[in-house]
Design a protein. Sequence first.
Length: 114
Amino acid sequence: VQLQASGGGSVQAGGSLTLSCAASRSVFNINVMEWHRQAPGKQRELVARIGIGGDTNYRESVKGRFTIARDAAKNTVDLQMNNLKPEDTGVYYCHSILTGRDDWGQGTQVTVSS
């Protein structure tokens, strides 16, 4: 699966951004789609995931602020990020999981200033 992430940028704390991950196949036929992030000097971490049935899971620190959803019209998996904090800064990657394989998109930078 080819993945293309977009939507990153620079915002002040409290602001919002929406990231989009476009896929080369229907996002409704991919077992799991995830958003990960990596801050400078830190390991990559899982932020949110959505399963093929629409079930979602979130990292504790983003619960109530981030929403992951699939958009049928655009065939994307979007990450709506509200009330952003400086600790949300990092490169965000989308990740797809199918039986027997997984793929990563290129990252998109999110910078939140205080």
